[in-house]
Write a protein that binds this ligand. Structure first.
Ligand SMILES: NC(=O)c1ccc[n+]([C@@H]2O[C@H](COP(=O)([O-])OP(=O)(O)OC[C@H]3O[C@@H](n4cnc5c(N)ncnc54)[C@H](O)[C@@H]3O)[C@@H](O)[C@H]2O)c1
Length: 359
């Protein structure tokens, strides 16, 4: 049996990281149509992939009896479109982040649960072998009790100066912390088994996006008068079981590395994990000891990994086999509690207590 599939939003990510990998799953998926408000782009993609084009996603949902869709529009539209789709009884794979804020995320997660539909969040970075190795270390209790997690994801100059990421309505009114901070938090929480946060203190900064002479160093072009999003953020999070988490995220910063770079470290009382990469962790190591020696361990990882393919495949299988997707909406409730907490702490200049809502 094959499921009937549609893609909403076929810009860079929708085309390359959803539609293209879905074409490799022809035995499981019949790709029916794409929907995009950009008519020219929609028609071009539809022609290339020999599928239908709709400029209104609701038209596609009403006419095509789809089993599932990917939502790959700008972030500020994710939750509204997800709600519309779920209310028509269609399963959804929503690209990261699931919404602009916790309230939006809760609405989507509760609706999917109430309707008994599959909801998966598109963190392709979860399918990195390096991160999977880290998970195995944790599952086999080689880390022991974790007590400290540090996450860094910073670009030297990478403000994405196109409306999708910096127009307030499209970006969800938030900048680097929401756009790429969600990756580093997701990577750390994956290794911490999504332990609940208790309190957050944080600060956001706008240091580059509001300066005209910075535009040439970054990506795209924008009106500095209308730029009010943060391009840097820091956070200190206390999690259950005495775990500290420190975060540093930036679209732009005066650092030495030219390319986007991430670094994670999780310390436990038996061992520690360190990882590097970009939005995904690509290289990882474990540090522990035997009776008489300190030991370092590294997995052998294939050079080329198709994480987007693994992401769409696992979603499709969860729909076909009626099983829980590997990246759940509830995990996003925890993740967005932290993100909202950092914004609130920065605005109100105080520590924010966090209580995870019931779903
Ligand atoms: N670019 C990346 O590397 C990347 C990586 C990971 C995740 N993402 C996520 O994917 C999403 C899209 O990013 P992108 O880089 O593809 O942006 P993009 O601007 O290239 O594409 C967005 C597409 O959505 C379409 N769209 C806008 N409103 C719509 C609507 N109401 N109905 C249907 N289509 C609509 C636009 O016309 C456009 O084609 C974002 O949420 C982003 O966070 C992007």
């Amino acid at each position: 049996m094959r499921i009937r599939y549609g893609i909403i939003g076929v810009g860079g990510h929708g085309r390359n990281r959803h539609l293209l990998p879905l074409t490799k799953l022809r035995d499981k998926v019949e790709i029916i149509a794409v929907a995009d408000i950009n008519k020219e782009r929609c028609e071009e993609v539809a022609y290339q992939f020999k599928i239908k084009c709709y400029t209104d996603y609701m038209d596609m949902i009403e006419k095509e009896s789809l089993d599932a869709v990917s939502i790959v529009t700008p972030t500020g539209l994710h939750s509204k479109i997800a709600m519309d789709v779920l209310n028509k009884k269609v399963n959804v794979l929503v690209d990261k982040p699931l919404g602009s804020n916790l309230d939006e995320v809760l609405n989507v997660v509760r609706t999917a649960k109430h309707k008994g539909l599959k909801l998966m969040v598109g963190y392709w970075s979860r399918f990195s072998s390096a991160l999977q190795f880290g998970k195995e270390i944790v599952d086999k209790d080689l880390l022991g009790e974790p007590y400290m997690a540090y996450g860094y994801l910073v670009r030297r100059r990478g403000i994405p100066g196109i409306p999708t990421f910096i127009d307030k309505r499209l970006s969800g009114g938030r900048g680097a912390l929401l756009d790429i901070g969600c990756y580093i938090i997701d990577n750390l929480l994956t290794l911490l088994k999504f332990r609940k946060p208790i309190s957050v203190i944080g600060k956001t900064y706008t240091k580059f996006g509001n300066k005209k002479d910075e535009i040439k160093f970054n990506w795209g072009n924008w009106d500095i008068e209308n730029f009010s999003l943060e391009d840097y953020a820091t956070g200190f999070v206390k999690l259950e079981k005495d775990i500290s988490m420190i975060l540093e995220v930036g679209w732009a910063a005066n650092v030495s590395h030219a390319e986007e770079r991430s670094y994670i470290r999780v310390l436990g009382d038996k061992g520690g994990i360190e990882g590097n990469g970009n939005e995904a962790i690509l290289d990882i190591s474990f540090h522990g000891r035997t009776d008489n020696f300190l030991v370092d361990m590294k997995p052998v990882i294939k050079k080329k990994e198709d994480m987007s393919y693994e992401m769409v495949k696992s979603f499709v299988e969860s729909v076909l086999e009626n099983k829980e997707p590997p990246i759940t909406g509830y995990e996003s409730v925890i993740l967005h509690s932290i993100i909202d907490g950092i914004y609130k702490s920065s605005e109100e200049d105080r520590e924010i207590r966090i209580v995870i809502p019931e779903i």
